[in-house]
Design a protein around this ligand. Structure first.
Ligand SMILES: [Fe+2]
Ligand SMILES: [Fe+2]
Length: 303
């Protein structure tokens, strides 16, 4: 995610992935074979595994479940073993026929592991990480509650890693760009789990309303590309006093010291019907007041 490598954190991730694989030689062998076939898919699976472990823990799912999520992440694209390498590495758009072949990977992966003694979480994530909440995903066009929590977690971690990865044929998205895009695809991801994912990796899209540790509401202002967890936010409102304040820029801190995001806030709760006006005023450096808000929204309507 563009952060400097921290040896201690890396060891923890490796430990977690090792725990997930446990002493299951089938899983290890399958992942190793995937590495030989396609390096990118292998690295993607390792990244998705680490993200799913982190998100599972953030959601307080219990260590047994977290371990299964890690294994599910590691194996989620194992069905890509069945796709010809030149198709896996084809730059640019796929033809409809090629796309059909690629779209078979969840079912092929599921079939590959059916005889192995894997948990239902692993099977479920392999088969359903491309389903979407609105029913437009594949392979089963599942919608709403028929998509499990584990598959929803898998879907978010999978797409986040895919779009922020470097491929020869496309520009990688920055973490904040990725989250902006992912939030805009309504009907794709579970919005509550996506919020939890942002808090989990401490990365937020520009324009998001958040509450800071200093108990001020702020708008995420800019992204720090080299240190994504240290973005700038502009504090502008005291939620306890229900009062606008002179906007003040804050560098978010990823450590325990300094100011940090503690919650993602619902703009409609604080500024019903007025949020766009408030946000635009704050982003342009003005201090909104409730008295001017009527004017701002009237101006928006008039234009
Ligand atoms: Fe996939
Ligand atoms: Fe994937």
């Amino acid at each position: 995610m563009g952060k400097a490598l921290e040896r201690r954190a890396m060891t923890a991730v490796v430990d977690d992935i090792c725990d997930s694989v446990g002493d299951d030689p089938t899983a290890v062998l399958k992942v190793t074979r995937l590495k030989k076939k396609n390096e990118y898919t292998y690295l993607h699976c390792v990244a998705v595994s680490a993200l799913m472990i982190a998100l599972g823990r953030h959601l307080k799912l219990g260590e047994d479940t977290v371990r299964e999520l890690g294994l599910a992440g590691l194996l989620h694209d194992i069905g890509k073993m069945t796709i010809p390498t030149d198709l896996l590495e084809k730059p640019g758009r796929l033809t409809a026929a090629e796309f059909e072949i690629v779209r078979a990977h969840p079912e092929n992966g599921y079939a590959m592991l059916m005889e192995d003694n894997m948990s239902s979480i692993v099977h479920d994530v392999i088969l359903h990480h491309h389903e979407k909440l609105d029913g437009s995903g594949y392979p089963h066009r599942l919608s709403g509650d028929s998509i499990t929590l584990h598959a929803r977690i898998g879907a978010i971690c999978d797409v986040y890693d895919a779009v922020t990865s470097k491929r020869s044929y496309k520009r990688q998205w920055t973490p904040s760009e990725a989250l902006t895009q992912m939030r805009s695809w309504t009907g794709h991801f579970d919005p509550e789990i996506l919020d939890a994912f942002m808090r989990c990796i401490s990365i937020y899209p520009i324009g998001l309303l958040v509450r800071l540790r200093s108990n001020r509401l702020a708008v995420i202002l800019t992204e720090n590309v080299t240190r994504p967890t240290e973005a700038m936010a502009r504090a502008f409102y005291l939620p306890r006093e229900l009062q606008f304040i002179e906007p003040a820029d804050v560098r978010l801190s990823s450590g325990l010291k300094g100011d940090a995001v503690v919650e993602i806030e619902d703009p409609e709760r604080w500024f019903p019907g007025e949020w766009e006006g408030v946000r635009d005023a704050v982003l342009s450096g003005q201090q909104p007041t409730f008295a001017t808000l009527g004017d701002l929204s009237a101006a928006t309507v008039a234009s």
